[in-house]
Design a binder for this molecule. Structure first.
Ligand SMILES: [Mn+2]
Length: 426
């Protein structure tokens, strides 16, 4: 199923007048404060977030998985789903593939399908956290850090194969996330595990094409519960530096212990030119994979405040690769992703409204109260009319969730694919 521009226009018609008056009022208010509203709207329209191929079906926990009907069961259907989200939101112009779950059979056909859906291929993700069918070695005790050289070699080769697949699709980056670690004290030698990981990453890095980047993701726990080899941003940063200029740290919002100051991590990495990628989600306790902005929207805003500052003031840092990394257990995955995109855009828009000049002055004067007022002034602005204007200008839906439901997208997908189609992946 595909959604046409005409269908979206028809749905928009009913709410266009209301939007216009709300937008004009906000634009006037912001204009009087010296905000260049058109520039903000353009930035929102340009901001694109990749959707990972594994987020389109129902996820699950170790206790159970509750299927969502009409899930995409092959790569073509996954691309179609992202195309649907993109046509409604105009914010999801890229897809991120997981190998070996999504190896294309016909590369040209897949590239054509993506292009027809106005999508590009974002980072490719390797998988050394599961054993693959007919694999010679097992990752039960780790992959790039394994004490057995045969296992490490297999894991390195897998990453090289993933890069080759990505090259055929037009991807420009590889994301490495390791499940490596230990479940019990004494199980691993920390120093050896780190050294093997560094050596393995360097080997992968050597095979990286000239115009590619390698993102190194960190996580403090899970699936290993005593230690992980790449536990935090500092470890990832050390490994990226050991590899070279094309290696970067990737920040995943869910991969932090509770109350970690993620905005400060973002600021430090950007200052050092090493923030390569960013994974959005939200959580209450840990890596909960919840809808972006559903639990801690103010934290997300503070993080975006640093991202906006970094994108403006840190030319040494490349433009980060944005991706949603979440899993949906009880919602329609497409609706959840639309909500996530809205929350990302909202936090971004609010961060763009922060009066950076006044903030700098207040910081220099040690006026703590004004510093807080300036951030909260931006945060308290209802920026949703700006998001709607950006979508309207790009041909998207003013209210994507309402449009998704009134166009009966899920019903059509179930009709097309059958009720019990199950997404490939985890
Ligand atoms: Mn992630």
């Amino acid at each position: 199923m595909q959604i046409s521009k005409e269908q979206i226009q028809l749905v928009n018609k009913k709410v266009e007048a209301g939007h216009e008056s709300q937008f004009n009022f906000l634009a006037q208010t912001l204009d009087s404060k010296g905000v260049d509203v058109n520039a903000v709207v353009k930035k929102l329209a340009d901001f694109q977030v990749a959707i990972p191929s594994w987020a389109l079906g129902a996820g699950g926990t170790r206790f159970g998985r509750f299927s969502y009907f009409g899930e995409p069961s092959n790569l073509e259907q996954k691309i179609n789903d992202v195309g649907i989200i993109h046509s409604l939101t105009q914010t999801a112009g890229a897809i991120s593939l997981h190998i070996p779950w999504d190896v294309p059979e016909d590369y040209n056909a897949i590239k054509e399908l993506a292009a027809a859906n106005h999508l590009v291929f974002d980072a490719v993700n390797s998988n050394t956290f599961q054993d693959q069918k007919d694999a010679k070695e097992s990752y039960k005790y780790g992959s790039l850090s394994n004490v057995n050289k045969g296992v490490r070699d297999q894991a390195v080769q897998h990453n090289i194969d993933v890069v080759e697949i990505g090259e055929k699709l037009g991807s420009k980056s590889l994301t490495v996330w390791l499940a490596d670690g230990s479940n019990f004290p004494g199980q691993n030698n920390f120093q050896t595990a780190f050294q093997y990981t560094e050596d393995s990453l360097k080997e992968i890095y050597t095979s990286l094409p000239e115009d590619w980047k390698m993102f190194i993701e960190y996580k403090p726990y899970e699936p290993n519960f005593y230690s992980t080899v790449i536990q935090d941003w500092g470890t990832s940063f050390m490994l990226a530096n050991a590899c070279g200029d094309k290696a970067y740290t990737l920040v995943d919002l869910g991969h932090h212990l509770p109350n970690t100051n993620i905005e400060q991590i973002v600021a430090t990495l950007m200052m050092k030119g090493k923030l390569g990628g960013f994974h959005f989600n939200d959580s209450k306790y840990g890596d909960d994979d919840s809808t972006v902005g559903s639990v801690k929207p103010y934290s997300l805003f503070l993080i975006f405040n640093e991202l906006v500052y970094g994108m403006k003031n840190n030319p040494q840092n490349p433009y980060p690769a944005w991706m949603i990394d979440a899993s949906h257990n009880i919602k329609d995955p497409l609706e959840d992703l639309i909500q996530s995109l809205e929350a990302i855009q909202e936090a971004y828009a609010k961060a763009l409204l922060v009066d950076q000049k006044a903030l700098k002055e207040a910081q220099l004067a040690n006026d703590v109260v004004v510093c807080q007022e300036l951030l909260q002034e931006a945060y308290r602005t209802d920026v949703r009319p700006l998001l709607r204007e950006a979508r309207l200008k790009s041909g998207g839906a003013l209210h994507p969730i309402t449009a998704y439901r009134s166009l009966q997208v899920r019903e059509s997908l179930i009709e097309e694919r059958g009720k019990y189609a199950v997404a490939s992946g985890l």
